[in-house]
Write a protein of this length. Sequence first.
Lengths: 188, 176
Amino acid sequence: MDDPPEGTAPEAGLLALAKTGHLDAFEQLVALHERRVFSLALRLTGSVEDAKDATQEAFIRLHRKIGQVDSGRGVGPWLYSVTVNACRDIGRERQRSRLVPMENWASLAAVDCASSPEGLYADRQREERLRGVLHRLPEKERAALVLREMEGLSTEEVAQILGSSPVTVRSQISMARLKLRKLLRGKL
Amino acid sequence: MTCAEFEERIALYVGGELAPGERLAVEEHLRACPECAGLARELEEDRAWLASRPPETAEVDYVAMRMEIRRRIDRPRWIWKWIAAAAAVLLAFVVAVNMRRERQLPPVAVRKEVAVRKEVAAVTTAPRPKEAAVRRRRVRRAAAPEQTASTVKIRLATRDPNVTIILLHETREVLP
């Protein structure tokens, strides 16, 4: 395999090679981002199997359009966009509901997660419940909230990824925060 | 403005997403309203908790996932290679069949004569002597060998004066 050009960041070199059709370089790009993409997909779909499918689909879509990726910005923004779209497509395709009951949320929230095995177990439970709570939000509000709060993107970046205006995204985030607060405290 | 009307703005305020003017109005309201101040605190807690969540770590075989991605990327390439190979074989077959057929056919001049004879035989069953002679002259003229590639037009009269048979034969070959 050709080495990435000297003096460039590893991702930029891999991206340049991948754009020439170098499959090994593309595979290394996948290895760099797969965990983050899967994590985002899992939060958006609420299902491990769907998240796996969405992750694969996101990278295949990235491969198809890799020539259009701006080398200066890297694959990050593209990956967010294709992952959100892949999750949305999979969600619509399957039309399944994966709601997680919320009745024990309050007790779990009270446990100190890092201090004991019980805490670790509770932390895992909270993650699963978080998935369930997120999945009870409308699709667009969920995507906006996850990208803003959990991926740390700005409102403008989220708007670009979701193909909406910043004003719309602000409204979605605001509604999602209020609903999430009620869901986490069993008020909804 | 009521507390309910402030809710959405408070939800944006905690994320720093309000314009300066709106932010001041919300801050003023929060100082005056303990209930809305409580709402803002809870929203801030939720934000902090969400931001502190580590990436999801479900059991996933990433190597297998990468292999599957590569397999799906490679598949279309193989499909196109097979389609191209099949098209090439089909084209070669069609060309070969055409060449073989061309070799089996008699030369154009012979073909033309045979065709003319057949036509004459078909239209001259018990012809009147004078008409037959005219027809033969026309046929002979039409069947005369040509020096260059051209269109051969054969006009044949039949017993029925309203029916005339016109044969057209176009060739691109240069005849000797």
